[in-house]
Design a protein around this ligand. Structure first.
Ligand code: GLA
Length: 737
């Protein structure tokens, strides 16, 4: 697929002297569909002229005459104190102003993509900022970030340090952002940008996507549409505290800033030290929200996540099936059950460890990653043996960044936890949980060793569920000096990244899931090292339609763990039929989170069939292009989306009823993303109806399907005793020759 994309995506990176203005150096950074144009005239402020649909070099050189933003591209604080800025600092002599000027432009390949570096130097102080832009031939996403350094005698205190700034032309611009809570992550909010400041931020310290996401979309043509309209997507790729600001002032622009949240985090930068801000990924599309999503998904799979181009195994995770009640026979039985349904991997969740403090509940044991032999007399080896016997792979849960006060690790090393001096600590989950201070290299070693020991002793471990169930809470590092206490949040995430680098260098192949009390780590800050994330602790199928909808704005299905669970659901207590639960889970990375022993043979057979069918559509769902069609947030009674293969020869259409009222009128859903000139045969997957739908096996042109869609029966034709208010459909579309 990469080779094909390479041919299609001719990415140009053009830098040229505009002949009309002899001294202006216009820098144009292109992806296939977008251009960023800057005026990088030496000795002047770097100016942002344009970000939007791809433009020619000739148009770029005439941009200013057409009216261009012409705003400082990386606004610095001090000489004009009024507007919002990207960067502010206190120099070693106390001066609070910056005056950054262009010093040079450089282009090179950096091993990942094509890099443009614009070097800015302060007019007086030895203070430098490199503004970086990276593009890829096969991705319609541009990355920008900065490196900040200085040569002053003392330290310079950085007090604001955004990754980037984009002026968005004032107009009927709508912002789509994602908000939520534990168990209700990633809901879509969309509203027109009003005057004043919109701030989206996180201060958790450890996780950052429960309550808000560091990704937003700007719809430039009014109310957001899925498949039409000029749209900018922006994702701050950071695992820690972030702040997005959109200031709509009296100028002609909405000013968008994204970066690390500077609150309570001024950073003392030593001479020669480089402060690198996280990547801000930008994408532009004329094809609406879904267009931007497809760009992000392709970029993510090719460049920003672990093993993005590989298919994920279908797994059973033990958590909702047995919670802390781990035992050898039970695990063996679960492995047998998932194997019998066609699954490929079993993951043993929390509860397997702790010797002095056995992990029987969430109050004790974190930190002591030794097998509880009472529960598992033959240890992990015994389980791996079982897995081999049943022909599935084995995975395991850990929460390596955390410790319980009741643990041998804490008893030995109380100095390793995040804790404020002279204060009683605030505890997290279970009333006794604390965060290990990852800014401390000794703690980094401990976290690395947890993974290293497991992987060395049990090289068969195929999958790690890496959890993080607590916020920082206490502002205090027992490692950092008194004057650097404000580094706590930032150094934690530097330490995390260092660790993950080390782990991935030694264990490049193991699949690692980012879980953080559910969906707390659905972010591009961690995805370079992780294969996927747990979308939410809420596995209720109806609520997942909404949660996964929002998640898909930026994240591909291959990253979205989506599990079939028991009914009534453990979080919402809602009763939904298995068919509905399967049909929702199949739109992401399919798995199960259930005790198979509580399932009937009939239910197991349905799952077996679904798993088999999922295997046949897995490449389309996990690697295909998403087209969201009917949003659950539009309250039309149903939701629908589809995935198409890059070649558009296969597609999978999902439709889920979200509301059931007698004689309610449901809209018919036109499809999208097909080849209008291809003819597709329609086959229903996971069929439970007594008779096939009327269009079963029939063929239609892509044009017809995209203009009209197919009429979805709003009820299943099943025996009376099987009837309920739910309905869902999964259709496979295959191009016929
Ligand atoms: C968190 C995770 C769950 C589960 C539990 C185990 O809540 O989100 O999936 O792993 O921890 O304690």
């Amino acid at each position: 697929m990469n080779r094909i994309l390479n041919r299609i995506f001719a990415v140009s990176l053009a830098v040229f002297m505009a002949s009309a203005v002899a001294t202006a150096e216009i820098v144009k950074v292109d992806t296939k569909s977008s251009s960023m144009v800057l005026d990088a005239t030496k000795g002047k402020k770097l100016k942002h002229l344009y970000y939007g649909a791809n433009i020619t070099d000739a148009d770029a050189s005439s941009l200013k005459s057409a009216g261009a933003a012409n705003r400082d591209a990386y606004p610095d604080y001090g000489l004009i104190t009024v507007p919002e800025t990207a960067l502010s600092a206190v120099h070693s002599d106390g001066n609070m102003t910056l005056d950054l000027r262009v010093d040079g432009v450089e282009h090179r390949k950096d091993g990942k993509g094509d890099l443009t570096v614009i070097r800015l130097k302060d007019a007086y102080y030895p203070f430098t900022v490199n503004v970086n832009y990276r593009t890829y031939p096969d991705a319609d996403v541009m990355e920008t970030w900065t490196d900040i350094l200085h040569g002053e005698k003392g330290t310079v205190k950085l007090t604001r340090f955004a990754s980037g700034y984009i002026p968005v032309r004032y107009g009927n611009v709508w912002l789509s952002n994602l908000y939520g809570a534990w168990g209700n992550e990633t809901h879509v909010d969309a509203q027109p940008l009003a005057h004043g400041m919109k701030v989206i931020k996180n201060r958790d310290g450890v996780r950052n996507s429960h309550f808000a996401h560091s990704e937003v979309m700007f719809s430039l043509d009014g109310k957001p549409q899925e498949n039409t309209g000029r749209t900018i997507g922006a994702a701050l790729c950071y695992s820690g505290n972030y702040k997005l600001r959109i200031d709509t002032d009296a100028s002609d622009y909405h000013h968008f800033f994204a970066g690390i949240n500077e609150e309570d985090s001024p950073y003392n930068l030593k001479k020669g030290e480089v402060f690198t801000t996280p990547v801000l990924a930008l994408s532009y599309s004329n094809d609406g929200l879904s267009g931007v999503s497809r760009n992000f998904h392709r970029w993510a799979r090719n460049h920003r996540m672990a093993h993005g181009n590989e298919l994920r195994k279908i797994l059973l995770n033990s958590w909702e099936g047995v919670y802390f009640d781990i035992n050898e026979a039970g695990m063996d039985k679960m492995m047998e059950d998932i194997a019998s349904m066609g699954g490929e991997l079993f993951v043993m969740d929390d509860g397997w460890f702790g010797v002095k403090y056995p992990r029987d509940n969430d109050k004790v044991g974190l930190g002591d990653w030794r097998v509880d032999k009472r529960k598992l007399p033959n240890g992990i080896d015994g389980l791996i043996k079982s897995a081999r016997k049943h022909g599935v792979k084995f995975g395991i849960w850990i929460e390596p960044e955390m410790v319980n006060v009741k643990s041998e690790l804490f008893e030995k090393h109380p100095e390793y936890v995040v804790k404020a001096a002279n204060r009683e600590p605030k505890y997290g989950r279970g009333g006794g949980q604390m965060v290990l201070d990852l800014g401390n290299p000794a703690v980094q070693d401990i976290v690395f060793t947890i993974v290293d020991t497991l992987m060395t002793k049990y090289p068969d471990i195929d999958y790690i569920k890496w959890d993080a169930n607590m916020s920082q809470l206490n502002h205090g590092s027992q490692y950092l000096s008194a004057d650097n206490q404000s580094h706590l949040f930032i150094d934690y995430h530097k330490g995390l990244a260092k660790n993950l680098d080390r782990i991935r260098a030694k264990y490049p192949d193991v699949t690692i899931q980012a879980c953080a009390g559910g969906g707390g780590r659905a972010n591009y800050g961690v995805l370079p090292w992780f294969d996927e994330f747990w979308v939410s602790d809420n596995t209720d199928a109806l609520q997942r339609v909404y949660i996964q909808w929002g998640t898909s704005y930026f994240y591909p299905a291959v990253a979205m763990a989506s599990h079939i669970s028991a009914t009534p659901n453990h979080q919402t207590h809602r009763v939904t039929p298995l068919k509905y639960r399967i049909d929702v889970a199949m739109s992401g990375r399919l798995g199960m989170e259930i005790q198979p022993q509580n399932m009937t043979e009939e239910e197991k057979a349905l799952c077996r069939k679904a798993i088999e069918e999922y295997k046949s559509i897995r490449p389309v769902v996990q690697q295909g292009d998403i087209y969201r069609l009917l949003s659950p947030y539009d309250n039309q009674g149903a939701a629908s989306l589809m995935y198409t293969s890059p070649e558009k020869d296969r597609a999978v259409f999902f439709w889920w009823k979200t509301e059931a009222f007698r004689n309610k009128q449901y809209p018919r859903v036109p499809m999208a993303g097909l080849d209008p000139d291809k003819t597709y045969r329609v086959t229903e997957l996971n069929r439970i109806d007594n008779k096939p739908m009327k269009f079963e096996g029939k063929t239609f042109t892509g044009r017809f399907l995209m203009d009209n869609g197919l009429e979805m029966p709003v009820n299943h034709s099943v025996d009376n005793s099987q009837r309920n208010e739910w309905a869902s459909r999964v259709l496979l579309l295959e191009a016929v020759k």
